[in-house]
Write a protein that binds this ligand. Structure first.
Ligand code: ZN
Ligand code: ZN
Ligand code: ZN
Ligand code: ZN
Ligand code: ZN
Length: 200
């Protein structure tokens, strides 16, 4: 992993929590679905199965299929960068670069499906982004359930000290910030008292 600063802080128990700034929409190495920190081994999130980035397999020798050592490799899987034969790959048009294709191997497809299903069946009393936290707040816009680390309050007043009572999720607050309907926000955990640290 290159040196990327992922915005996070430690709670009372010393547990690290990712907190995103709604003014910075894309943070490298963070799943935008569940805020899990991604690794260099798979391009999809190992918590929710969502495909994040796309691996560039440039420079790797193209040899035999990972699953069928007797068959020559046709291409690389863009999710795991291993080489596979044509039977093991599914070709998809890429969102990132028009006209080029990305490949997914049968192993990654199965793994992503399983992760997605497990994630969909999770206990929704707990936060989607902070799985050890109970949800206690609701987005006023879309109704999504939020925990104290991902519920955003608008902050107003001349000195940016008036915390509004309603809460919004990350994507809704990002839209409000984009439309300049909200200038500053603070997450619920820091909303009472020492909130300068996570005022965005
Ligand atoms: Zn995820
Ligand atoms: Zn793969
Ligand atoms: Zn194969
Ligand atoms: Zn929302
Ligand atoms: Zn949360």
């Amino acid at each position: 992993m290159p040196h990327v600063r992922i915005p996070s802080f430690k709670d009372e128990q010393g547990i690290e929590h990712v907190v995103l700034n709604p003014k910075i929409p894309v943070v490298l190495y963070v799943c935008l679905g569940c805020w899990n920190i991604l690794d260099d081994v798979r391009a999809y999130c190992r918590r929710c199965g969502r495909s994040g980035t796309c691996f560039e397999p440039a420079g790797q020798p193209r040899t035999a299929c990972f699953t069928h050592p007797a068959k020559p490799a046709a291409n690389f899987c863009n999710e795991c960068s291993r080489a596979f034969c044509a039977d093991c790959l599914q070709e998809t048009a890429s969102f990132f670069t028009m006209g080029t294709y990305s490949y997914r191997c049968h192993l990654c497809i199965a793994d992503m499906k399983q992760l997605e299903a497990a994630h969909a069946a999770r206990d929704t009393a707990y936060c989607l982004r902070h799985p050890d936290q109970l949800t206690q707040h609701t987005c006023r816009n879309c109704g999504e359930r939020l925990c104290r680390f991902c519920a955003y309050h608008p902050v107003g007043g001349i000195l940016t000290k008036r915390v509004e009572p309603e809460t919004f999720c990350f994507s809704c607050v990002r839209q409000l910030v984009g439309k300049r309907k909200v200038r500053h926000t603070v997450i619920e955990h820091f909303a009472h008292g020492n909130f300068q640290q996570f005022t965005f």
